[in-house]
Design a binder for this molecule. Structure first.
Ligand code: NI
Length: 209
């Protein structure tokens, strides 16, 4: 097919453009992805965060209302046979010991219990349970989505465990007492078997009289 020099020149020009465009596309394809989009660990533990739950009186409680207070946060469940009662007792005893020496120190700390078993731990169950511990204990429940969100924020693991020998199920869960600062940020944590004395000394280092 005869073609005029002008048509040939246009064709060569268009093919040249296509080659350039293809080269540019291939180049962009091989570029590494831009950084950003997520924040990697900067050395500060990313524990804690917003929650919206219901306390043992039926009132809605949000984490933001505790700003200005230190929080001792513990996740567990009222049917827990051993670990939870000990942890909550030690938390409560620690706050009382602090209060015996200086009530203004104890008043800075709010003990918080968040259930990982909302199916059984309704507000009535929490109200009965909380009476065994500190009078200022805030015991929280919610629906499973709210509980899961709070547990995830605090990096708490929990899972139902079927026990053939028991008529009821158990809940396997992390047992850590978190100390959160007056700004809501994570400060430190205690193991579930920390003694009241150990919790008191940990609190004293952070509280100001
Ligand atoms: Ni427990």
């Amino acid at each position: 097919m005869p073609t005029s020099p002008l048509v040939r020149a246009v064709l060569i020009f268009v093919i040249g453009l296509l080659v350039l465009a293809g080269g540019a596309a291939a180049y962009l394809w091989t570029l590494p992805p831009k950084p950003g989009g997520y924040v990697s660990s900067s050395g500060t533990a990313l524990v804690g965060g917003p929650f919206e739950l219901i306390d043992q009186t039926g009132a809605v409680r949000r984490d933001g209302e505790f700003r200005g207070q230190f929080m001792l946060v513990y996740f567990g469940y009222t049917y827990c046979p051993d670990v939870c009662p000990v942890s909550l007792t030690n938390m409560s005893t620690a706050i009382d010991m602090l209060g015996d020496s200086d009530p203004s120190l104890a008043d800075q700390v709010t003990p918080i219990f968040i259930t990982v078993d909302p199916d059984r731990d309704d507000t009535a169950a929490l109200a009965a349970y909380a009476e065994h511990f500190h009078p200022r204990l805030v015991a929280l429940t919610g629906d499973m989505d709210q509980i899961s969100a709070a547990a995830k924020a605090y990096r708490v693991y929990f899972a139902k465990v079927e026990d053939d020998s028991a008529s009821d199920y158990l809940v396997d869960h992390s047992a850590i007492i978190y100390l959160m600062g007056s700004d809501g940020a994570y400060i430190s944590h205690f193991p579930h078997n920390a003694t009241p004395e150990e919790i008191v000394s940990g609190l004293r280092r952070r509280l100001t009289s």
